[in-house]
Design a protein around this ligand. Structure first.
Ligand SMILES: [Zn+2]
Length: 317
């Protein structure tokens, strides 16, 4: 996970020390909150406001266990979460510009171990309850470690071994399946931009971006195609050799793509087309940016030289 702040304050209380959260896994981060899978603890999940330290411990409803964890995982049940999790803001009329501290919802989309149906449920921090499970017949496994996208009341989750997407309409409590109209070079769902799911792929030396618009009957079409030349943005060596350059994360709202390369992790700002090396580690599989913004409501501001840019100079946690 990458932590980045607009203008920030130090946490009023910190997450548990590293030795106590070695097995924690970040599942998602949006709206100033981060969702963790916390195996080997009494709760199943923890949602943290990393800026203030406020947190919520959550137990999964037993009626959802069959698609969250599979029978073969009994030895180390909670180390093997098999569904895709998405964190959502539940604040009334929120513009999502500076929301933090909840209330929130968590959408879980997965399939049982037979892979013949997809299932979904939502947890609300306000009611502390899980909705009834919604199901749809579908023969592909849910990609449980991939990024999801949120557009309005819909959560988009990719499938394994197919290009189809599962769409969970939380308002209507409906699950549906959409298929992109044609397959484009190893596309990866990154998140949402301008009210549409955003996909990316790298065909060296270019970064390719698509937006997908879903029609009412499940038909979908690509609506925008952008090409970003990477020649001046990444080291020549990673563009000329056989190593992979992989889109691994997207900071929504600020339009920044994270690219993993053998030379480290780079950010590409889509509007300015500037790049920056933000981590030296090679071949990261997934980056989940954490962003939170201080609005003056919680106390005195830090001096300006203590504030960091919205994205960049990220901090791993
Ligand atoms: Zn919000």
């Amino acid at each position: 996970m990458f932590a980045a702040r607009g203008v920030g304050t130090p946490p009023t209380s910190s997450p548990p020390p590293c030795r106590d959260r070695r097995k924690w896994r970040v599942l998602d981060s949006r709206h100033g909150l981060a969702l963790f899978d916390t195996p080997k603890r009494h709760e199943d999940f923890v949602v943290y406001d990393l800026l203030t330290g406020e947190h919520w411990e959550i137990h999964a409803d037993p009626k959802c266990h069959y698609f969250m964890w599979w029978p073969d995982d009994d030895d180390d049940l909670h180390a093997c979460l098999r569904c895709n999790a998405t964190l959502l803001c539940a604040k009334d009329r929120c513009g999502h510009l500076d929301c933090h501290g909840g209330p929130f919802r968590m959408a879980f989309v997965g399939c049982d171990y037979t892979g013949r149906a997809a299932h979904a449920t939502v947890y609300s921090s306000e009611t502390r309850e899980w909705t009834d499970v919604t199901s749809v017949e579908h023969e592909h496994y849910i990609h449980y470690t991939a990024h999801s996208a949120v557009v309005g009341d819909k959560v988009y989750v990719p499938c394994m071994e197919s290009d189809s997407l599962i769409v969970y309409n939380m308002g209507k409590r409906e699950l549906s399946v959409i298929d992109p109209p044609f397959v484009v070079q190893a596309i990866t769902l990154m998140g949402a931009e301008d009210g549409m799911p955003l996909f990316a792929s790298v065909v060296k030396p270019r970064l390719l971006l698509w937006s997908l618009e879903a029609g009412p009957s499940g038909a979908a079409r690509w609506t925008r195609h952008r090409v970003i030349e990477l020649k001046s943005l990444l080291p020549t060596t990673v563009l000329l050799d056989n190593s992979g350059v992989t889109p691994v994360g997207f900071a929504e709202g600020v339009g920044v793509i994270f690219l993993s390369t053998k030379a480290g992790l780079y950010t590409i700002e889509l509007s300015s087309r500037r790049s920056k090396k933000v981590h030296g580690r090679q071949s990261m599989e997934k980056v989940i940016p954490y962003m939170s913004f201080y609005t003056g409501e919680w106390g005195p501001l830090l001096a300006s030289d203590e504030a960091s840019p919205a994205v960049g100079g990220g901090t791993t946690i």
